[in-house]
Design a protein around this ligand. Structure first.
Ligand code: MF3
Ligand code: CO
Ligand code: CO
Length: 284
């Protein structure tokens, strides 16, 4: 399928053997991403109805499996590098890639649910934070700061801007709120593969790095901690947690660079993407 052209990128000096190319996508690709993104957003909208004290995380996995099956979609994480679930569920101090296992949600938890649905070959990747009951003020604040960090990163996306502008927008805002950016994970190119170049770092210097061009498609997905930014991997080799056990939060959108800015493919038509503490609380 020739719905993109390859933009060759000069390899970094320290990695001269790797030839990088960044795909520039056309209108057909944007249509495909719009559909996949909307489906992922609708799936995450539905997750909001499940979130309450006492439900096992596996209920969320079952819901995503059923949702995908009934919409002719495939959860991209199933079987991805040996990962066995249809989504990731990361509770409290879990930074990312938590397993949706038998562990139960409890009043006061904050949980990130990360879903990637493949629809007609296109990958819609998005994640949101959900509140269980009434989280402490610090948890609510972290969720709001993380959403704002992602929003500022996305607002930096336009032709002529650089990758460092995205990272800088995220990092400088997190720092101004005395929170830390996790440096071990980043956003990524996306399209007809799950993880493509370029890496979208959540820190950086304004004006540095790859220049953004119309037609690039990637995710913006900062992980922000209340404490230090260091992470530790659990023995399952997937679950990343904060080393200091502080709370961590993340939001993610898949976006495409347009003539004068960007299009968010994974926006919620119900306006549920932003942290809606009132909405989830009302469901209790
Ligand atoms: N959805 C995650 C991302 O945003 C990737 C999860 S990979 C998994 O890139 F295998 F852990 F599910
Ligand atoms: Co992603
Ligand atoms: Co994701």
């Amino acid at each position: 399928m020739d719905s993109y052209i390859d933009l060759p990128v000069a390899p970094a000096a320290k990695d001269a053997r790797r030839t990088e190319s960044i795909k520039l996508y056309g209108p057909d690709a944007f249509k495909g991403m719009r559909r996949a993104g909307a489906l992922t957003a609708a799936c995450l909208d539905g997750v909001a109805d499940l979130i309450r004290h006492g439900i096992p995380l596996s209920d969320i996995n079952t819901y995503v499996l059923d949702f995908a099956a009934s919409h002719n979609a495939i959860p991209a994480t199933l079987g991805y590098k040996g990962y066995k679930f249809a989504c990731c569920t990361s509770v409290n101090h879990v930074v990312c890639h938590g397993f949706p296992n038998e562990k139960k949600l409890r009043d006061g938890d904050i949980v990130n649910v990360d879903v990637t649905l493949i629809l007609d070959g296109w990958y819609g990747d998005s994640s949101r934070m959900y509140a269980v009951g009434t989280p402490k003020r610090a948890a609510e604040r972290l969720v709001q700061i993380t959403h704002e960090a992602m929003t500022r990163g996305i607002e930096a996306v336009r032709p002529g801007a650089r990758l460092g502008d995205i990272g800088h927008a995220i990092q400088s805002y997190a720092k101004s709120e005395r929170c830390s950016v996790v440096r071990d994970f980043c956003g990524h190119g996306i399209g007809q593969v799950f993880h493509d170049s370029p890496n979208i770092l959540n820190f950086g210097r304004a004006g540095e790095g790859l220049e953004l061009r119309e037609g690039m498609i990637f995710t913006v997905e900062p992980m922000i901690n209340l404490g230090r930014g260091d992470v530790k991997m659990l023995a399952d080799d997937w679950t990343a947690v904060t080393r200091d056990k502080s709370l961590s939060a993340q939001f993610e959108h898949s976006v495409g660079v347009t003539t004068d800015g960007c299009e968010i493919f994974t926006g919620s038509t119900k306006g549920l993407h932003a942290p809606g503490f009132e909405i989830e609380r009302a469901a209790i």
